[in-house]
Ligand binder design. Structure first.
Ligand code: SAH
Length: 222
């Protein structure tokens, strides 16, 4: 029986399939409703995005280290942010700030989004590229750069998701958001909250959501 196998590189694929199904059940119980998000969370092999030593913990609802003092967010946070970004609409063109290990990028791709993802640390971007290739997801545009500046040449975006915490809303990102677009970001210095910023014809509508814990958004390229 698969559950009695010791996880190795060879059999982990089979084990992870069942583990991922349980993870999706937990996400449903925690209130994730969008079937596209749940399907994407089921389809992306999260263990391919963390170091092999951590692969057996990949589906626990915890954040994990990905090197360079950075972390991959816990599955519920990834699902929640993705749902906020695309609920009730086609995902369209999305800009992610903070590629990290590429897991959130993979989940976005699986929902059908066109994804641009920026990372300030070149070695992490290389790792993410490799992880995405291993998961056979090759159509994201990965960019080495400072996410504070966004990606004007590819704007406007239907959604922007930030996976590092800013102290304030970066102006450049707001200006690169399409009208009707959404920005989902952790914000705060010390105490952080998830924020949903919607760009409407009347201006920005800002909604403060759950308390969260993200690494800080840092200036410049590493
Ligand atoms: N979405 C990632 C989470 C990575 S953690 C994942 O699924 O793994 C946050 C990432 O943001 C780190 O890799 C960090 O290097 C990056 N980061 C921090 N400040 C940044 C900036 N100004 N521009 C781009 N990336 C940044």
């Amino acid at each position: 029986m698969a559950s009695q196998l010791t996880p190795t590189r060879q059999n982990y694929g089979m084990l992870s399939d069942r583990t991922r199904m349980r993870m999706v059940d937990r996400l449903r119980q925690a209130g994730i409703r969008d079937e596209r998000v749940l399907a994407a969370m089921y389809e992306v092999p999260r263990h391919l995005f963390v170091d092999q030593a951590l692969a057996t913990r990949a589906y626990d609802d915890v954040s994990l280290p990905i090197g360079h003092a950075q972390t991959i967010s816990q599955p519920l946070t990834v699902a929640r942010m993705t749902e906020l970004l695309i609920v009730g609409r086609t995902p369209g063109k999305i800009l992610e700030i903070g590629t990290g290990c590429g897991y959130q990028t993979a989940v976005l791709l699986k929902t059908g989004a066109q994804v641009f993802s920026m990372e300030r640390l070149a070695p992490l971007l290389d790792k993410a590229r490799q992880h995405l290739r291993n998961a056979r997801l090759v159509h994201a545009r990965l960019v080495h750069g400072d996410g504070h500046l966004g990606l004007p040449e590819a704007a406007p975006f239907d959604g922007i998701i930030m996976t590092a915490a800013a102290k304030s809303i970066p102006d450049a990102l707001v200006s690169q958001l399409a009208e009707g677009g959404k920005l989902v970001m952790p914000m705060g210095d010390g105490e952080q909250f998830l924020w949903l910023i919607e760009k409407t014809a009347q201006g920005l509508q800002k909604t403060k959501l759950d308390p969260v814990k993200f690494v800080p958004l840092l200036p410049g390229r590493g």
